[in-house]
Design a protein around this ligand. Structure first.
Ligand SMILES: Cc1cc2nc3c(=O)[nH]c(=O)nc-3n(C[C@H](O)[C@H](O)[C@H](O)COP(=O)(O)O)c2cc1C
Length: 333
């Protein structure tokens, strides 16, 4: 496996002295509440995430006011860490280098420990405004955005990029690699699919290999649902560094299983965390219930018990009633 001397940037060298395990940014899924719960579980299991990345904050016409950063990343009130102490890096999405740089600076002034730049978002509204994955078709603009941010934020703050393998196909992967190499990025995360491939399996981990020749750490991402996937991904991508996405929501113990397949969070223990979720902050009770049901639907793919609970609560509209069902399931044993 390739190892690079990251001597040029001490903070980066320190962060990557061991294989990193990251919780992916997922808009509408790993929001602050979900980050709090999943990072708590990871810490309780003895394998905390090294960090997570915020949902993307879209930069369009101006420098965003502080309250926007606090809304997306309330962890800024606590040294930009979740309650269990996991750092949150702030992700920006946009296409105007200088504006991105000024927003990144604003995020740093509020306490962001690192800035990540999104070049993977497949959303039409974002792509139509020349943001997210469509910039993979404009590698020199992508390079200019990263460079502008790198040149503007304090030198001790890392700046990273998150990309896919291409927009419609992988034909300009060499140009993308060159752009990243020239950009000054401190590290790179690769979701091993094109935008056109969306979120459908498989992920093409082997396509990451070329990037591991760059003088920066490379984090592999995509379609890791269990320990074997993680092993295979590391081998095929030639990097020890992983970011976990939907698999980490479906099996919150995946983070620990990656390094120790025998570690397991059983359903009973998970009920406590679901109750904590249901007591978390949300705009409205309806919103919280919607978010919880979204999580439970995903948990159904990882836990047989979740399916049973789903049938019991799917029609419930009242938070207290859902809490009581969960408590009843817990007390049955
Ligand atoms: C609902 C959802 C929202 C996402 N939002 C973001 C985002 O805000 N920023 C980003 O860089 N990637 C985002 N992603 C992509 C994930 O970070 C990750 O790259 C992708 O899900 C592949 O990993 P997985 O197969 O393990 O889920 C999102 C993915 C999903 C499913």
């Amino acid at each position: 496996m390739s190892q690079h001397p990251h001597s040029a940037h001490p903070a980066t060298a320190q962060l990557f002295s061991n294989p990193v395990r990251l919780l992916a940014p997922m808009e509408g899924l790993t929001d602050p509440l979900m980050r709090q719960i999943l990072t708590q579980i990871a810490s309780d299991l003895g394998r905390p995430y090294d960090w997570s990345v915020s949902e993307f904050i879209r930069v369009t016409h101006h420098v965003l006011p502080a309250h926007v950063f606090y809304r997306f990343v309330p962890e800024l009130n606590h040294q930009c860490k979740t309650a269990s102490g996991t750092p949150i890096h702030i992700q920006l999405l946009g296409s105007e280098p200088e504006l991105m740089a000024q927003n990144a600076l604003a995020a740093c002034e509020l306490g962001a420990p690192a800035i990540d730049l999104n070049f993977g978002c497949p959303a039409k509204t974002v792509n139509n405004h020349r943001g997210g994955s469509v910039l993979l078709d404009e590698p020199s603009l992508m390079r200019d955005i990263i460079s502008a941010v790198r040149d503007t934020v304090p030198s001790h703050i890392p700046v990273s990029a998150k990309i896919r393998l291409g927009y419609t196909d992988t034909s300009n992967l060499d140009d993308i690699r060159k752009a990243i190499a020239d950009s000054g990025a401190n590290w790179l995360t690769i979701h091993a699919r094109t935008k056109t491939q969306g979120y459908k399996p498989p992920a093409y981990w082997e396509k990451i290999v070329g990037f591991t020749e760059l003088a920066m750490p490379v984090i592999a991402n995509g379609e890791i649902w269990n320990n074997q996937h993680a092993q295979r991904c590391c081998e095929q991508a030639n990097t020890p560094h992983l970011m976990l996405g939907r698999g980490a929501v479906t099996r919150p113990d995946l983070i620990a299983q990656v390094d120790n397949p025998d570690t397991e969070l059983d359903w009973q223990a998970l009920i406590t965390h679901q109750l904590a979720f249901l007591h978390g902050d949300a705009k409205t009770e309806m919103a919280l219930i919607g978010r919880y049901k979204q999580w439970l639907a995903m948990l159904s793919k990882g836990y047989a018990e979740a399916k049973v609970l789903w049938d019991d609560i799917k029609k419930l509209r009242d938070k207290q009633a859902i809490i009581e069902q969960l408590q009843a399931q817990r007390d049955e044993v």
